[in-house]
Write a protein of this length. Structure first.
Length: 99
């Protein structure tokens, strides 16, 4: 069992500026306690002779080779656009920038 207490959860809530009800504190105490216990179990298994991995099975390059192929014409690319201006998509201005 880890050292996660309701007082610690309340303190973490204050630091995160999250207002927690008593019910949430009780629930989070159990959840955080389980998380910390599981991390401790993994730490026990991780030994220096076990290499760190990002995947459980060896991975190879999964990208396909680049191949030259036909591309869309401007007309094809714009055919279903809700609004277009000649050779470009027209979109609404954002962040108050008007052009």
């Amino acid at each position: 069992m880890s050292e996660i207490t309701p007082d610690l959860v309340r303190h973490l809530g204050v630091l995160a500026r999250i207002q927690l009800s008593d019910e949430e504190v009780t629930r989070l105490t159990g959840e955080l306690d389980a998380i910390v216990d599981n991390i401790a179990k993994v730490s026990q298994v991780a030994t220096p002779d076990v290499p760190a991995t990002s995947h459980p099975i060896p991975m190879q390059n999964v990208y396909r080779p680049d191949e030259v192929a036909e591309t869309l014409t401007t007309a094809q690319a714009l055919q279903n656009a809700p609004d277009a201006d000649g050779s470009r998509f027209r979109v609404t201005a954002i962040l108050g920038e008007e052009q």
